[in-house]
Design a protein around this ligand. Structure first.
Ligand SMILES: Cc1ncc(COP(=O)(O)O)c(C=O)c1O
Length: 374
């Protein structure tokens, strides 16, 4: 059997070990320390966002931002506040909102970018207004390295004073136009473009948010010598040791993004003339990282559906994955309100994520495309 080709495995650059050694030498084997400070400063530089907090995961970063909003609700409404989120996303986008007792409403994706459709968002906001409901935030996702349309989303949210919390777990390194959201999260999970094996970042221009989140992430300990707690927090701080891995990996972020884009172009070149196969579009407001290269298969024209292709790849020891199953279709979330749905349902039925790791070779891509076309 040939070597397995994974979907998006970690890619070490050799700087990890020296920086881990630096942490071991410092003896800061704790969720505080100079490497964490360095990571946060580095993420401020990379993102251009002035305040960054390193935590245990992207999910934890979302949880902290939402908790901050829940703690600062402007209305005293016995009904739960609403979080309007993209349906075409990973469940982690909305799990924290549900844990915090919010009501999640979903919006479909738009065909041009596969990210949250501003038209469906405008319907959701109108419905919330008509029902006099409080919208805690809008939570779009930057999907597979593609930036959502923040200009359009802000155009709808700003007049109503609704904050935008952008789930950029999959999109570190994307170059986008448009305003920065109120807050943004990134993931360093093992399958991401760079990794710390597990970890995340909450980034914001809102200094008060980051200060509060920093405190909440450390069991909400007050600034006293003894242990004093005026609110209940979490143990969400990233380890200083793992921060070394992220700092090391960030040094080669630009290379990794170029490589992922090159891989996407490589699939396009090889599959361009195959009838029934198309590609995730690149929206004109961003330079997508193509964290994952995603194709779309029209079974009528191609003669096989995406599951048949996935199984053929698996038989050759090649990992691929269907596009996210829309969250409004998940058994645990099906009862929640949904605006539109046709686009994300079709993308789930027809979309396939191909191996996209930055160590993928030309030969690997030849092998993958041969199986697809067989
Ligand atoms: C869209 C999206 N949101 C949130 C997350 C959660 O990030 P983490 O795994 O770091 O908690 C992920 C991926 O893992 C993701 O793909």
């Amino acid at each position: 059997m040939t070597n397995r080709i994974f979907l998006s495995p970690p890619h070490q650059n050799g700087r990890e070990l020296p920086l881990i050694q630096e942490v071991l030498d410092s003896n800061y084997l704790a969720p505080v320390g100079p490497m964490l400070d360095r990571l946060e400063a580095e993420m401020c530089r990379v993102t251009g966002i002035p305040h960054c907090l390193a935590v245990t995961s992207g999910t934890a970063a979302l949880h902290l931002a939402l908790r901050h909003l829940c703690d600062h609700r402007s209305r005293q409404d016995p009904r739960p506040p609403i979080v309007i989120a993209a349906s075409l996303s990973f469940v982690a986008s909305v799990a924290p909102a549900i844990h915090l007792g919010c009501e999640v409403w979903f919006c479909d994706a738009e065909a041009e970018s596969w990210t949250l459709d501003p038209i469906q968002l405008s319907h959701a906001l109108s419905e919330a207004k008509a029902e006099n409901r409080e919208v805690l935030c809008v939570l779009p996702t930057d999907l597979y390295g593609q930036a959502c349309d923040l200009a359009a989303i802000h155009g709808l949210c700003d007049p109503a004073g609704i904050p935008v919390l952008c789930d950029s777990a999959e999109a570190l390194g994307v170059k986008r136009e448009g305003p920065d959201p109120w807050a943004q999260i990134f993931s360093f999970n093992g399958n991401k473009i760079i990794t710390s094996s597990g970890g995340g970042i909450l980034a914001s221009h809102d200094e008060k948010l980051i200060a509060h989140a920093r405190k909440l992430a450390s069991q909400a300990r007050e600034n006293f010598v003894h242990y004093e707690h005026r609110e209940i927090g979490y143990n969400f701080r990233m380890s200083n040791l793992l921060a070394a891995v992220a700092v090391a990996q960030l040094e080669t972020l630009d290379d990794r993004v170029s490589k992922r884009r090159q891989i996407f172009a490589g699939y396009k070149k090889r599959l361009a003339d195959v009838e029934g196969i198309s590609f995730m579009p690149e929206a004109n407001w961003n330079t997508c990282t193509h964290w994952l290269s995603v194709i779309r298969i029209d079974p009528e024209i191609f003669g096989a559906d995406r599951e048949k292709i996935r199984l053929a790849l698996e038989a050759e020891n090649i990992e691929s994955r269907p596009v996210w199953k829309p969250l409004h279709q998940q058994p645990a979330l099906r009862q929640l309100r949904m605006f539109g749905g046709r686009v994300s349902d079709q993308l789930f039925n027809e979309g396939l994520c191909l191996p996209s790791g930055s160590q993928l070779t030309e030969n690997d891509q030849d092998r993958i495309c041969e199986v697809i076309c067989k």
